[in-house]
Design a protein around this ligand. Sequence first.
Ligand SMILES: C[S@@+](CC[C@H](N)C(=O)[O-])C[C@H]1O[C@@H](n2cnc3c(N)ncnc32)[C@H](O)[C@@H]1O
Length: 262
Amino acid sequence: MNPREYLVMSELECYHWWYRGLRDMISRIVDRYSLPNSECLLDAGVGTGENLAFLSKEKQFGYVGGFDASQVAIDLASKKVDSADLYVSDICNPELHQDAYDIVTSCDVINIPGLSQCFQGLQRMVSRIRPGGLFLANLPAYSWLYSDHDLAVHTSQRFAAGQVRTMCHELGLEPIVLTYRLCSLFPLFVLSRLPTMLFRSRSAAEARSALSRPSKYVNSLFSTISRVENRAIQMGWTLPWGSSVFVAARRPLTASLREMRG
Ligand SMILES: C[S@@+](CC[C@H](N)C(=O)[O-])C[C@H]1O[C@@H](n2cnc3c(N)ncnc32)[C@H](O)[C@@H]1O
């Protein structure tokens, strides 16, 4: 990501409806689907740390770890969640500090190197998820939505839900929630990105992300809309379109039998 984007993200992620909505989604899914006594959490591409800080406050984990390709991100994250094991590593070839994880999250990261680049790294992380444990990912939706925002955060791939389903199957995971998110705000999202979808900056260095501080009223309204949708997803709804694809997938219990057989 462009260096400026880490500072913007670090400043806005606590307040901004988009990040709050994502944390609310993750929290609901962890409540509903994680194994009882889940102890060990890893965030792959932890960014500036607010998601991890939130999860480690909300839930009781014995170990909370997170890595990111950027030292700037890790330094900013360390200020928000000083109890976590935070380190620089690459999702394409991740350093893993635990033998087994109950939950691995990766929000808006796989899209940066792209799936084919990081597939082997994902395989390694998934192989350390305990059978019955969860893999959660949020990804930007639809390749036709590519705009300056993607250039600025160095996204190389946006995803359709079907591609995420195939990714899960190829990783040996069973999707339990697979849906688009931010469905009702989607027309506004497309309109706001349209200018730079049509007229993109010439290089990543020139591009700016779409992140800015919304007014108090917009922030509160969009947070509420996002929470209502999250609640519907938690209750089992699948939303037909949206600006993100969200997946929660389980490592099958049979994985342990396969491992025991060698
Ligand atoms: C859009 S931010 C998302 C951060 C955080 N997951 C969140 O949801 O707020 C993407 C993060 O992925 C990190 N990243 C990009 N490529 C990566 C890679 N190959 N391995 C690990 N992290 C990477 C970036 O440095 C950045 O912090």
